[in-house]
Design a protein around this ligand. Sequence first.
Ligand SMILES: *Cc1c(COP(=O)(O)O)cnc(C)c1O
Length: 379
Amino acid sequence: MTEFETKLVHGIPQNDNQTGAVNVPVYNSSTYIFPKVAAKIRWDYARSGNPTRNYLEDQLAALEGGAQGFAFSSGLAAIHAVLSIFSPGDHLVIGNTIYGGTFRLINQFFKRWQLEFTAVDTQDPRQVEAAVQENTKAIYFETFTNPLLKVTSVKQIAQLARKHNLLTIVDNTFLTPYLQQPLALGADIVIHSATKYLGGHSDTVAGIAVAKSATLAQQIYFNQNGIGAVLSPENANLIRRGIQTLALRMEKHTSNAAKVVSFLQKQAQVTHVYYPGIPGTRDYEIATAEAKGYGGVLSFELRQDLDAQRFVEKLKLIKLAVSLGAVESLIELPAKMTHAELSPKEQLAVGITPQLVRLAVGIEDPRDLIADLAQALGE
Ligand SMILES: *Cc1c(COP(=O)(O)O)cnc(C)c1O
């Protein structure tokens, strides 16, 4: 069991039951027997540890090449636990287009607790370096941003972080360990909203964090257990199952996305397509150097005279919904849906226009997706 795709299917060999079951059981037990008062037992209480959840955590640690993995009740819970390793007065440099929920967590909670943040375009290492202060402790960013798919080099940022003795924390939800393993590129902590590609079926909300070093792992574990937003055994099992087909799904998402991109590029109604797999951009160069593929999310601008709302509502097969990373294709208007919390001015500052459409391409037959887009574009 050495190759990545084999690891996805087989996971960590298990010998914790006598049944010969090929899958780890869903252990619905919140508490565990102490043979003696002073006994040192592996599991005592399920917030601290549960064999089903721990199986998933070990599986993620192996796939990401980290010391230890942690599974949370949502992606935001994972981010909360990771950012809770810092103390009042610490400063973090963060990406200026990170996930909206992460911004809310930072602005409404961590700032209240005197953590300091500077948001910059992490694609530009000079901006990142200029934002580093004496009390800076970490750089936090997303490898592919949402919804414009801007790509940040993990290698470059991690190098810069090491120079200033900072941690590199990467939200790699859009790529998954199948397309990229940030810890191998120099990052210290990788985070996922497992709600998206790792789960893959729009039926579970979950989060993952993997730490490269045992020291960081200890800190995250303390927060996971101390704050308590752990993933349930049932949901850990769903993510475990999703991971078994990750390679197949990511390959199909990626090849479907490429076909949809080449269709959209030929449409007169579409003025711009954002996708890291389009040659000729810096995003393409970084993604090609540091990832195994370009993923399943893309966005595009509709021509000014078209009604974007009407377009997305006219789609029949492609569902109008937020979220991404599932087997079915989902489409949305960032300005009115995922990024509605930003004012129109803030939206424009980060390139989100009312004509921008985000499409999370699923694993359907691409001909059906293209036919649906074509009919909604009014051909
Ligand atoms: C969805 C998402 C999150 C938040 O995860 P939840 O599981 O919804 O809490 C964080 N980061 C990115 C990039 C996401 O897409």
